[in-house]
Write a protein that binds this ligand. Structure first.
Ligand code: AMP
Ligand code: MG
Length: 330
């Protein structure tokens, strides 16, 4: 018989709740993104947002899935990595629900969840994953019971770089979609620092240089285009090297920045050159949301993973490769 998991996500700017069944159906997936009028995301303000809207997001997700309290077999929550105050609020909500409903509690690694929801959607068994979001930029592949980070940013995440650049030029958070729109009107590419170091990359230098381009009078469209081409080119280089080295036959693009069509084009080209299948996680499942937490919670639960409330402290610095992937056989 299939079981039902309520998954709760709240590592950073978004609070989400999703209901997923163990036969792999996403029954609902509701989220609300904290978007300040101006400035960046303050962790304490974001956590206040989560505690304000959390109960209604969860209620809406349950309503949309047509379930009530007694239908929930499992509560999963994003245990890390993320912003401390946000994680704490989310964990408190999850613990309360688990105790109140008397169902198991599962702590899910947020980055692992981005991969697993992509595998569910694509049917991929063993991809190289490009995980790009507001807080993370990683190239990941499975080896020896863990998702190993093959390459990552040495400083800021790609989404953070886009959002910070956008803020400097007067865009509201999240700036990624607006930068993509602007870039489509560009006429010229302007050189920006291209910084790949082995399998890692760095975005802080190009952020400074991109701001300089704008202050020197380069059009916003050209600056946005140059930022995208340079940032995505770096990612493509290390993704290509990961595919070439691991010889894996699937390339998965996930995380909020996966919504970008230009990045999707570039990476699908990389996959094609290496005869690998390509999948971009569809927008509703690409960003931070609860369905990915619920689905990964089901995988962990089926593999026998258990977490007592007493041991369920948050893990703000929990790395992708610190979670044993107990549900994969090979
Ligand atoms: P996440 O942290 O996974 O929820 O993703 C949020 C991030 O995705 C933010 O940094 C957004 O700016 C970025 N983002 C969303 N849509 C796009 C897009 N079309 N192009 C580039 N970045 C995007
Ligand atoms: Mg994320």
């Amino acid at each position: 018989m299939s079981i039902i998991c309520l998954g709760i996500e709240g590592t950073a700017h978004s609070f989400g709740a999703g209901v997923v069944s163990s036969d792999g159906h996403v029954l609902s997936n509701i989220w609300d993104m904290f978007s300040p009028e101006e400035g960046g995301i303050h962790p304490r303000e974001a956590s206040r947002h989560h505690s304000d809207i959390g109960p209604s997001v969860i209620r809406n997700a349950m309503e949309e899935a047509s379930i009530n309290n007694k239908d929930i077999d499992l509560v999963a929550f994003s245990r890390g990595p993320g912003l401390g105050p946000c994680l704490r609020t989310t964990a408190t909500i999850a613990r309360t629900l688990s105790l109140r409903l008397d169902v198991p509690l599962i702590g899910v690694n947020h980055c692992v969840a981005h991969i697993e929801i992509g595998c569910l959607e694509s049917g991929f068994k063993d991809p190289v994953t490009v995980y790009v979001s507001g807080g993370n930029t990683q190239i990941i592949a499975y080896a020896g019971k863990r998702y190993r980070t093959f390459g990552e940013t040495l400083d800021i995440a790609i989404g953070n770089m886009l959002d910070t650049f956008g803020r400097e030029v007067g865009m509201r958070f999240p700036a990624g979609p607006q930068i993509e729109r602007e870039a489509s009107n560009a006429t010229n590419y302007h050189q920006l620092p291209y910084s790949v170091k082995g399998m890692d990359l760095s975005y802080s230098g190009m952020l400074t240089a991109a701001n300089r381009l704008v202050s020197e009078g380069v059009s916003l469209a050209d600056a946005c285009f140059s930022v995208q081409e340079t940032a995505f080119g770096m990612l493509a280089e290390i993704a290509e090297r990961a595919i070439a080295h691991t010889k894996k036959k699937e390339l998965l693009l996930t995380g909020g920045v996966a919504r970008n069509n230009r990045l999707t084009d570039i990476l699908s080209g990389v996959a094609k050159r290496h005869n690998a299948a390509f999948h971009r996680v569809t927008p509703p499942l690409a960003g931070d949301q609860g369905a990915m937490i619920a689905w990964t919670g089901i995988l962990q639960h089926e593999a026998g993973d258990r977490l007592s409330v007493a041991d369920s402290s948050i893990l703000p610095k929990w790395r992708t490769d610190e979670q044993d992937i107990v549900w994969r056989r090979s």
